[in-house]
Design a protein around this ligand. Structure first.
Ligand code: SF4
Ligand code: SF4
Length: 74
């Protein structure tokens, strides 16, 4: 899976963007989004997803259940 940002809750504060170790977070028209092809759920970098950790709005950075779980490349 990847994380996604619930667009209707994102305030556009940009706190998450520089924290992503994969550069997966980008701005689009004042709100932020996650490129699911780049998001590794922070696996291999941090114990906690950094976008979730820094986002001031609860339940805005959430798991995208429509995607398979991320598997680390060996
Ligand atoms: S979970 Fe980690 S890798 Fe995925 S978007 Fe958030 S900060 Fe980036
Ligand atoms: S930290 Fe949260 S509210 Fe701020 S830009 Fe990222 S998703 Fe939006």
């Amino acid at each position: 899976m990847a994380y996604k940002i619930v667009a209707s809750q994102c305030t556009g504060c940009s706190a998450c963007e520089p924290e992503c170790p994969n550069g997966a977070i980008y701005e689009k028209e004042g709100i932020f989004a996650i490129d699911p092809e780049k998001c590794t759920e922070c696996i291999g970098f941090f114990d906690e997803p950094q976008c979730v950790s820094v986002c001031p709005v609860d339940n805005t950075c959430v798991i995208d259940k429509s995607r398979p779980r991320y598997k680390a490349k060996k």
